[in-house]
Design a protein around this ligand. Structure first.
Ligand code: AHM
Ligand code: MG
Length: 337
């Protein structure tokens, strides 16, 4: 496979395929540079003084780590001046960030979970950044952060691009602009992303599942049945043995599935019912669902396709079942009985 840079890949998507325009290309390049800066900060670890608690809570009431706040700032600062965005929304911010008047406004909305897998930051386990791009509706009211929220309330099927970066042994950027899924590895010496994966495909069948088993007793009955069937292995109705992998960073767990197949689940549970689930629809579920579907997989809540949910608020949460198509279909069918 030819070794192309991210810039080269994006130019081809724009110039030859007409899949993206120059603004979207610029947006993705800016996000990639921000992710590179986040990767550097993470790589310094304790030496950079960036580990530990920030001493604040986010809008979801979760304690923020210093790196959550730093990553959020890096993405905001990198993206607000370029003229490609109308507004940004983040898991770490109560309200959308509108573009200051001193900068031109663009046609896109950027949403992100700046640092996914916060509980793994201080223990040197893979974490990531997840992002999603929407078109800003014509005539949207962006006069205040409160008013701007309405522009974001679009189903995941409207995403024009989505991606994630995994900060693991290597820093990897996985991207879709609606034309399949490609991946890039950060070249630390040269300082840029180089393509290392193309037309990524998730095998339809799998025998690997990923779920926080500690929550088992809180799940709904269909999920209890599905996971018990997998645990019964060859002796049960599924007729094969399964293995389990759980990192606890969605980005790392889903990346494993994009790479070699599997099923990732953060199902509805009775502890989370009032909140609507654990994972955030617009910063986590939607971008990951777009990537998984573009790679031939499937993504549902057990009851509906994630990408078809029309959000009522930007911080909305949902149950998540995603990965190898036949296994996601099986789990979803069990919810519909
Ligand atoms: P975060 O964005 O604050 O890190 O929360 C999301 C993370 C996911 O990456 C992961 O799948 C999940 O929370 C794990 O949560 P838990 O350890 O509570 O099961
Ligand atoms: Mg997250």
């Amino acid at each position: 496979m030819s070794q192309r840079t991210l810039a080269h890949y994006l130019i081809e998507e724009q110039r030859h395929k007409g899949v993206i325009n120059a603004d979207l290309r610029f947006l993705i390049e800016v996000v990639s540079r921000a992710c590179q800066a986040i990767s550097v900060a993470i790589g310094k670890g304790g030496l950079g003084g960036a580990l530990g608690e920030a001493g604040s809570d986010n809008v979801q009431g979760e304690a923020q780590k210093k790196l959550d706040v730093l990553s959020n700032d890096i993405l905001l600062n990198a993206n607000e001046w370029g003229g490609h965005l109308a507004a940004m929304a983040s898991e770490e911010m109560d309200l959308p960030h509108t573009i200051p008047h001193r900068y031109p406004q663009g046609e896109y909305l950027l949403l992100f979970d700046p640092l996914d897998g916060s509980s793994n930051i201080d223990v040197n386990v893979s974490i990531g950044t997840i992002f999603s791009v929407l078109k800003c509706p014509d005539g949207a009211d962006l006069s205040s952060p409160e008013a701007a929220e309405a522009a974001f309330l679009q189903a995941g099927t409207s995403q024009v691009a989505a991606g994630y970066t995994v900060y693991g042994p290597t820093t990897l950027l996985v991207l879709t602009v609606g034309d399949g899924v490609v991946s890039f590895t950060l070249d630390r010496e040269q300082g840029g992303f180089v393509q290392t994966g193309e037309a990524m495909k998730i095998p339809a069948d799998t025998s690997e599942f990923s779920i926080n088993m500690a929550n088992q007793r809180f799940w709904e009955a269909p999920m209890q049945r599905y996971v018990s069937d997998m645990q019964l292995g060859k002796d049960g109705p599924l007729g094969k043995d399964y293995n389990m992998r759980w990192v606890g960073s969605m980005v790392a767990d889903v990346h494993r599935i994009v790479t070699r197949g599997g099923i990732f689940m953060y199902p509805m549970d009775s502890k989370m019912k009032e909140k609507g689930g654990k994972l955030r629809l617009m910063y986590e579920a939607n971008p990951m669902a777009m990537i998984v579907e573009q790679a031939g997989g499937a993504a549902t809540t057990g009851y509906e396709r994630i990408l078809e949910i029309v959000p009522g608020k930007i911080h909305q949460r949902c149950a998540v079942i995603m990965g190898s198509k036949n296994e996601v279909d099986r789990a979803t069918a069990m919810h519909k009985v």
